[in-house]
Design a protein around this ligand. Sequence first.
Ligand SMILES: Nc1ncnc2c1ncn2[C@@H]1O[C@H](COP(=O)(O)OP(=O)(O)OP(=O)(O)O)[C@@H](O)[C@H]1O
Length: 245
Amino acid sequence: MNIVIDSLYKTFGAITALENINLQFQGGEFVTVLGSSGCGKTTLLHLLAGLESPSRGNIYIDGEVKDRPGADRVVVFQQAGLFPWLSVEENIEFGLSLKTTTKAQRRQASAEILRIIGLESFAKHKPYQLSGGMQQRVAIARALVMKPKVLLMDEPFGALDAQTRSSMQTFLTSLWDQLHCTIVFITHDIDEAIVLGTRLVVLSARPGKVALDVPIELERPRTPEVAFDPHFLDLKKQAMGILAH
Ligand SMILES: Nc1ncnc2c1ncn2[C@@H]1O[C@H](COP(=O)(O)OP(=O)(O)OP(=O)(O)O)[C@@H](O)[C@H]1O
């Protein structure tokens, strides 16, 4: 699975949100997209999800133009957005119920994903009985159970406290190590972008243009000490330079 973003523009009336975006992602990459507020990160994610249409240009997934939502791309938002009246397992199974699956198949799929995310003992709990980090893990599980080709994440840890955020970063990294799905992860946090990704894309201030697109060549698994690695510091300096303008 690969994604090609070709000469992409997005305007809203007189506002140009994205200008001439050209990017190519390979299957299994963990791409982090960094940019200051209002530079068009969410717009880019919505275009990838098919929730918005390009003003010009195209997005291809495995060579096919994609301009509407599909089960091959799922989005995880900043707020978990779980259904409060459904249990954890029912929340995870909800999307599958829209596909032709039996209840037994759905229960098996949710049990499997709950084991992967380490919340099997919370299957019958309601969302309000979980912490913010656990709710966000369920939101990620709900996305992954659909077996998407691409997981699109819009500041998924932005609403969490620093410690939970850090443990969720470790969680997501180990999940990606196991599943190796393609992830496009939006953030405005430089350290988060470099710690998580295999590839860093930095957008310039509005109109968003690709100011940097480089591989993140840091060994995995990444420990907190990675923040002292010269490559980490070099990427951070480059990103800070772009975000300062
Ligand atoms: N539906 C819309 N209608 C009009 N303008 C929009 C719409 N969506 C986004 N914009 C504008 O496009 C620009 C980019 O917005 P976007 O939400 O993509 O930025 P962002 O980088 O995700 O910002 P933040 O980090 O603050 O969430 C902004 O100027 C925003 O006001």
